[in-house]
Design a protein around this ligand. Structure first.
Ligand SMILES: Nc1ncnc2c1ncn2[C@@H]1O[C@H](COP(=O)(O)OP(=O)(O)OP(=O)(O)O)[C@@H](O)[C@H]1O
Ligand SMILES: [Mg+2]
Length: 330
């Protein structure tokens, strides 16, 4: 773990390592006044080769910003991203990293240009990274990618707006695969889709992972979406990491009061167990990220908060093997 690292040493066990990542956005808060919105504030984690790390938390907690900043779609305010033992910095490492790390976006309606054909969308990374030497090779690769994601290859000349949500997300996935990446940030890839299609797309992503040896950061609002496909789950609240543990451990023995409340909202299929389940409803709203509480960001809604919690933000500590939690009371 990298929480207490000051000078970072890469660990070859991991494909991706994120150390003390910060992403602050300047936002206007009045006439000639700007405030820094701390969308991601000192977040560290690592992902092993072939692993899926689930990243969960309520809307606005910074999940997409973590994904985009990791891929350098936003320049990080602070912190380091290491990929396959190399620090991502400078034009050369970034160009190579952009081929090897891709993103599937949250909303397949706004992330695909409706006036582009499927072939042109899928071929974008091929063209950017000059991956096909001839036109014929490019066309073959487009057809191959379309069939990998279950799209009819005869539809290559159709426009994105002609497709349903599920098919559009398949186009987005084909585009992400086009550069032969090793790592993909899947940003809520099914949350905009009908429930009936969500499982199909998730199963496909799982199959692709094992066929192609991919590593995923899988972002979701809801623990129940990621618990089956993730090896480990990380929980965020207001730009901070609260808890991280193997999926089974996190879902059966959550320790952080915030994770416990999230887990209490997950429906249990067994009616006997469900009767015993007590839903914990958090008091109050999530504070504005422009007016962060001092100390622990969760303390204003936490039943265990004490004056100590207002003093400093608790760091992530390993409380059991591989189980990290940021709370003064655990
Ligand atoms: N480009 C930006 N400029 C200013 N603020 C931003 C920007 N992008 C995100 N934010 C703010 O940063 C915070 C985190 O946003 P982010 O989109 O990362 O959250 P999220 O966890 O992905 O939410 P959701 O579940 O709704 O997708 C929010 O308060 C958001 O308003
Ligand atoms: Mg998001």
């Amino acid at each position: 773990m990298s929480e207490t690292r000051s000078s970072f040493t890469p660990n070859p066990e991991y494909l991706v390592q994120v150390s003390h990542l910060k992403q602050y956005f300047p936002v206007s808060t009045g006439f000639l006044r700007t405030t820094m919105l701390k969308a991601v504030d000192d977040v560290s984690f690592d992902i092993r080769k072939g692993e899926t790390l689930g990243l969960v938390g309520e809307s606005g907690c910074g999940k997409t910003t973590v994904g985009r900043t990791m891929l350098h779609l936003y320049e990080p305010t602070a912190g380091e991203i290491w990929f396959d033992g190399k620090k991502i910095e400078g034009k050369e490492t970034l160009q190579e990293f952009r081929r090897r790390a891709q993103m599937v976006f949250q909303d397949p309606y706004s992330s695909l240009n409706p006036r582009m054909t499927v072939a042109d969308i899928v071929a974008e990374p091929i063209d950017v990274h000059n991956l096909c030497a001839t036109k014929k090779e490019r066309e073959e690769r487009i057809r191959e990618l379309m069939s990998i994601v279950g799209l009819n290859t005869e539809h290559a000349t159709r426009y994105a707006h002609e497709f349903s949500g599920g098919q559009r997300q398949r186009i987005g996935i084909a585009r992400a695969l086009a550069s032969n990446p090793e790592f993909i940030v899947c940003d809520e890839p099914v949350s905009a889709l009908d429930v009936s299609i969500q499982a199909q797309v998730i199963n496909m992503l799982e199959d692709l992972q094992s066929q192609l040896g991919l590593t995923y950061l899988f972002i979701a609002h809801d623990i129940s979406v990621v618990k089956h496909i993730s090896n480990r789950i990380a929980v965020m609240y207001l730009g901070h990491m609260m808890e991280m543990a193997p999926s089974n451990e996190l879902t059966h023995h959550p320790l952080h009061p915030y994770t416990i409340s999230l887990m209490s909202a997950v429906p249990v299929p067994d009616p006997k167990l469900s009767r015993n389940q007590k839903r914990i409803v958090l008091e109050g709203d999530v504070p504005s990220p422009l007016k962060m509480p001092s100390g622990c960001p969760f303390r204003t809604r936490c039943s265990r908060a004490t004056p100590e919690c207002a003093e400093a933000c608790p760091a992530m500590r390993e409380v059991a093997p591989g189980h990290f939690v940021a709370c003064n009371h655990i």
